[in-house]
Structure formats: C-alpha cells, structure tokens
Design a protein around this ligand. Structure first.
Ligand SMILES: [Zn+2]
Length: 248
C-alpha cells in the first residue's frame, strides 16, 4: 500500500477510564518500559478524576474522546452531540492543554453522519485491529494471547483501564463491578513480548504521522467509499460488515 511505517510499530489503546484503581498503576507499568499509549476517556470519568487525566497527559500519552457516558453514537440530537462530544472534548482539552484529535465510539458503534461531523472537526474516528476481550475475559494469559496473535506492525490494540457498565442509567456510573487487574497483568506480558519482537509501541499521534494506509487523511476528501474505508480504521471485518448493514 506504499505506507511509510517505521520499521515495526503498533499502538496500545485503553478505553473507558481514567480509573483511580487502575490508571495510575498502568502508567507505572508503561513508564517502566518507556512505552507511550493512547487513552480513550469518557467525559464523566475525566470529570470525576481530573488529576488522572493530567497525569496521563504528563506522561506523554495521547488522549482521545470516548463520549461523555458511554452511549452509542447513533443519530445524536444536537443536545446529545453537545454532551457526548463537545463537553467531553472541551473538558479533556482544558485539563491537558491539547486539542482532541481522536475519537473512539463506545462499542465501536457510530453512524456515517457522526463520523463525517467529527472529520469536519479534524477528529479521526478510530476503531481497533485486535483486542484482548478484557471487558469479560478474566484470565490475563488469555487476554495477552488474544492481543499477541494480532500484534503486528500497524496494529491498533483495544484494552481497558476501566469497564463501562452496560446497564447503569449513565453508562459508566456503576462500572467498578469488574477489576481490571487481569488487564494490568496482560500488559506486562504484551510489553515483554513486543520487546522480543522488536516492535515499537507508540501513541496514535505518532502512528498517524507515518502514513499508515488506513490513517491516510487526504483520502477522506475523495469519494464516499474512501471516506467510509478510512473511518473504519482497524475495524474487525465482522464489525465492519455490521456497520455497513446499519448504514444501509
Ligand atoms: Zn468503551
């Protein structure tokens, strides 16, 4: 595809935080290996733990938006758009001093008009190419192996430093039912194996600079199908098909 990736680089991403029980420990694990990652944060969690947002930014990680309270980004009213996108991003920008450039829709669910509007605001919608199923899987070895299977150059890895509750009224209000201890242990192993594979783990801000084909921003301005392809960055095939069905 003619991309200009650094020799071997991939991106770890962590969703749904920040979380006071997990995020500080995750920051320690990452910094002890000099690895920087990307955190997709919910506005409500950021509002509850502003010092953690600042700590993540201070360590050089990229911070993206993940809605205010973990709602699907489908047919949002103007009021919901303000809450899920504008309020979240304004808060993150206020806390970090940096513009939000990345958005990951909760459950990977968004419609075409949402992604187009984000693009118009210079925000890329980014999914993932591999995940550790750590929203249900409790065995750290299984989480690590699921990730390591697909941890190739250009991979975007989905993991969680918190878990959004699927049934609470606010989406993340009761999200401490699951401990993310297994994820922390899995990250240790993932960092170890990535070193053995001579694979650099870098934040999305840097992966984007290297013209990974699926992040080729100028393509967004060409055809509608190219727009769709580019906005489905890293989306697994079955989800991509599901998303197309929803769009049609
Ligand atoms: Zn999420």
């Amino acid at each position: 595809m003619g991309g200009q990736l650094p020799a071997r680089a991939a991106a770890l991403t962590f969703d749904d935080g920040p979380d006071p029980a997990v995020t500080p420990r995750l920051l320690d694990v990452l910094s002890s290996s000099s690895v920087r990652a990307t955190f997709f944060m919910c506005g409500l969690a950021a509002k509850n733990h502003p010092s953690l947002v600042r700590a993540v930014a201070a360590d050089g990680h990229t911070i993206g938006g993940h809605s205010w309270d973990h709602r699907p980004m489908i047919r949002l009213s103007p009021a919901e758009w303000n809450r899920q996108v504008n309020d979240t991003h304004a808060l993150l920008e206020e806390l970090t001093g940096s513009a939000v450039r990345w958005f990951r829709p909760p459950w990977g669910e968004s419609d075409w008009s949402t992604r187009r509007r984000l693009r118009q605001e210079h925000i890329a919608t980014v999914h993932w190419s591999v995940h550790g199923r750590d929203w249900t899987e409790r065995n750290p070895s299984v989480i690590a192996e699921l990730v390591l299977r697909g941890l190739n150059p250009g991979a975007i890895v989905l993991l969680h430093d918190a878990i959004a509750s699927f049934d609470s009224p606010t989406g993340i209000g009761n999200r401490r039912q699951l401990s993310q201890e297994p994820t922390l242990q899995a990250v240790d192993r993932i960092l170890h194996v990535s070193r053995q594979r001579n694979l650099d783990l870098i934040p999305l801000d840097e992966l984007s600079v290297v013209r990974l084909p699926s992040l080729d921003q100028p393509r967004w301005r060409r055809t509608r199908s190219a727009q769709r392809r580019s906005s489905d960055i890293g989306l697994p095939e079955q989800l991509r098909q599901g998303q197309s069905r929803r769009l049609n």
